[in-house]
Design a protein around this ligand. Structure first.
Ligand SMILES: [Fe+2]
Length: 212
């Protein structure tokens, strides 16, 4: 697992820091898998944002948004979340509201307005077919575009568990195929360089050591 560079925390009011830690604790208590998913997405998002050459302040905002991106799912019962992605119509509508719920939770918290915007738009698609606002292209905040790719990768590939072996490289190819359709092509390029290639070169090194 990649590690989050902790020095990237942006200056926050101490109350805001406490609120963020409280939300993360709440998420961990409610659903450990979801909490770990958010941690992993934050790891990938930071690596991708660094590769894209974003400013330290932007990277720190993206890291916080990635850690909290699914916080709105606190309002969705675990009995529904466990059925992902096989929801009925009512469950899908409840699930899809998590972007607005998450952003609403951040209202009026100092320093978190940009984070709230990233959370609100993390399920938008590059071609305007996403939700909740059907934003298109660069109208989608860069942090949301980055989280969209990292979220897809972690949801579909789960490289740290056995699903990775079952699903193989297909979801990785799907991300490539959807560059310019669902995902920002620049983000996809940076994500592959920062996460996928980095991971496979480390695996090759490890298997080289094992063979030696
Ligand atoms: Fe989400």
């Amino acid at each position: 697992m990649l590690t989050i560079p902790q020095f990237l925390d942006f200056p926050m009011d101490p109350d805001t820091k406490d609120i963020v830690s409280f939300f993360l604790k709440l998420l961990e208590k409610k659903n450990k898998d979801l909490f770990l998913h958010c941690q992993q997405v934050a790891n990938y998002a930071v690596c991708t944002a660094v590769k894209m050459g974003l400013s330290v302040d932007e990277i720190a905002q993206i890291k916080t948004a990635a850690l909290l991106h699914d916080i709105g799912q606190l309002s969705v019962p675990n009995a529904v979340l466990i059925k992902y992605p096989y929801f009925n119509v009512r469950e899908r509508a409840a699930y899809r509201r998590h972007c607005q719920m998450g952003a609403s939770m951040m209202e009026n918290i100092s320093d978190l307005d940009r984070v709230a915007k990233i959370i609100l738009h993390h399920h938008e698609n590059w071609n305007g077919t996403g939700y909740p606002k059907r934003l298109k292209g660069v109208n989608i905040p860069i942090g949301s575009r980055i989280i969209a790719v990292c979220n897809y990768y972690d949801r579909k590939c789960k490289p740290c568990i056995r699903n990775w072996q079952r699903l193989g490289a297909r979801p990785v190819q799907t991300i490539k195929d959807n560059a310019g359709i669902l995902f920002d092509p620049d983000v996809v390029r940076a994500f592959f360089a920062a996460v996928v290639q980095e991971k496979s070169s480390r695996q090759n090194k490890l298997s080289g050591i094992a063979r030696a």
